[in-house]
Design a protein around this ligand. Structure first.
Ligand code: KG4
Ligand code: ZN
Length: 404
């Protein structure tokens, strides 16, 4: 059987993306139209503007993805699209266009969970490099030798909208997921974005804080360790535990909470009278079209750089410690880290160091595949394509879609 070429479409938040992936393991094209410039003046994603920008971009982005893959509308084998979670109006643009294409071209349509997409970004790239062969996860087998993927996989999806921990296992061609941790308030990426906004650094905050942190002293400001008011909200009766088979139902929770760190930064700013210098920085940076690292450094004093580095350190310590504690608790054999925040330099290094101490292999996507893209959607669709798990024309956007 020749490899299937799947066209992936992603429009869940502020990136309009399309990609072609063959056999779930070879990215043939990957086009991402970012809306950052549109949302930047508002300091965050404005849902109505996101939908409008998706409408504008979707046709040219899909066309470009097909062209650069050397494919045509007729030659692709299936169309995959993000069903959720995400912004309702934004999701609908991708879904409606995918449906129209599938109907007109008489191609199968596959609905994909965005979070599963982030997890499959790791698989896609490892297989492309020749890794994870000989594992059960490769339904068609791979000729290139490489490390074997061992289950269960503990996957941390950490982005602007999510901080989720999933225990993933393989069932026939598909994967199943149990959620063993999630954020109780702000997602990690959201905390990066809010702290950056608070410090006059613009939007999105993650990439700027990532680069500036290297210039500050991460031990200068001590943040209290993250405390959850109710460490395990799901404590069940002994009888309920006996009848429940899943970790999601009764296993220990590894939930996150980042609004406290954000409030600590705010308190620091207030007690150290930093308001005026923040306002000056905000003004200066907003007058530069595309500020470079030197521009940020020029407008950040030592105290600010130390605060930024200390914030990032506190957040990463919590994220890595909790994830690796969950890996120990659930005997995970492999750790995946994906989503926009997985692009963070210090996060990667910390995970690599701490996971190695535990003898655990940890995998990340490359930076372009860490943030939202459609290659991950096309890759996650492949097992569904093999299983002929196609969506009906009636399916709709699921803004709060859960992953199972
Ligand atoms: O996965 P993504 O593109 O979109 C969502 O599904 O949310 O993630 C975007 C988030 C933003 O909050 C952004 O600030 C954060 O990822 N981010 C980073 C980095 N690059 C993007 N956070 C920390 N360090 C980075 N290098
Ligand atoms: Zn995402």
């Amino acid at each position: 059987m020749p490899p299937a070429f799947i066209l992936g479409i992603e429009s869940s938040c502020d990136e309009t993306a399309a990609a072609v992936v063959s056999a779930g393991e070879k990215m043939v094209s990957n086009i991402v139209a970012s809306q950052i410039a549109t949302h930047q003046p508002f300091g965050g994603v404005v849902p109505e503007l996101a939908s409008r920008e998706h409408l504008r971009a979707i046709v040219p982005v899909v066309r470009q993805a097909l062209e650069s893959a050397g494919q045509t509308y007729q030659s692709i084998d299936a169309i995959a699209v993000t069903q959720g979670p995400g912004l309702a109006g934004a999701l609908l643009v991708g879904i409606t266009y995918a449906k129209a294409l599938a109907f007109a071209l008489e191609k199968p349509l596959i609905a994909v969970n965005h979070l599963e997409g982030h997890i499959h970004a790791v698989l896609l790239e490892e297989r492309q490099k020749g890794g994870f062969s000989g594992d059960d996860a490769s339904p068609h087998g791979s000729s290139v030798s490489g490390g074997e993927l061992k289950f269960p996989v503990l996957a941390l999806v950490v982005s602007g909208g999510h901080t989720h921990l999933y225990l993933a296992r393989q069932k026939a061609e598909s994967w199943t997921y149990e959620n063993v941790g999630r954020t109780r308030d702000d997602a990690a990426g959201e905390a990066f974005d809010k702290v950056a906004k608070l410090l006059g650094l613009g939007y999105p905050g993650g990439p700027v804080i990532d680069r500036l942190s290297a210039h500050g002293d991460a031990r200068a400001v001590k943040f209290p360790a993250v405390q959850l008011k109710h460490p395990d909200r799901r404590t069940l009766s002994a009888d309920a535990v006996k009848t429940s088979a899943t970790a999601e139902d009764h296993g220990p929770r590894f939930d996150f909470s980042y609004s406290g760190i954000k409030t600590s930064v705010l308190r620091y700013v207030e007690t150290h009278n930093m308001r005026d210098s923040i306002e000056a920085r905000r003004k200066a940076l907003s007058s530069i079209a595309k500020p470079k690292l030197e521009d940020y450094l020029l407008h950040c004093d030592r105290e600010t750089l130390n605060l930024i580095a200390s914030f990032q350190y506190a957040l990463i310590e919590d994220l890595t410690n909790k994830t690796l504690a969950a890996a120990r608790e659930y005997n995970a054999a492999t750790v995946f880290v994906s989503g926009g925040v997985a692009a963070n330099q210090e996060l990667r290094q910390t995970f690599e160091r701490k996971a190695a101490e535990q003898g655990l292999p940890v995998f990340f996507p490359s930076r372009p595949l860490s943030t939202d893209n459609a290659a991950m959607i096309a890759a996650a669709a492949y097992p569904k394509y093999l299983a002929r798990d196609f969506a009906s024309m009636e399916f709709s956007a699921e803004p709060g879609m859960v992953l199972r």
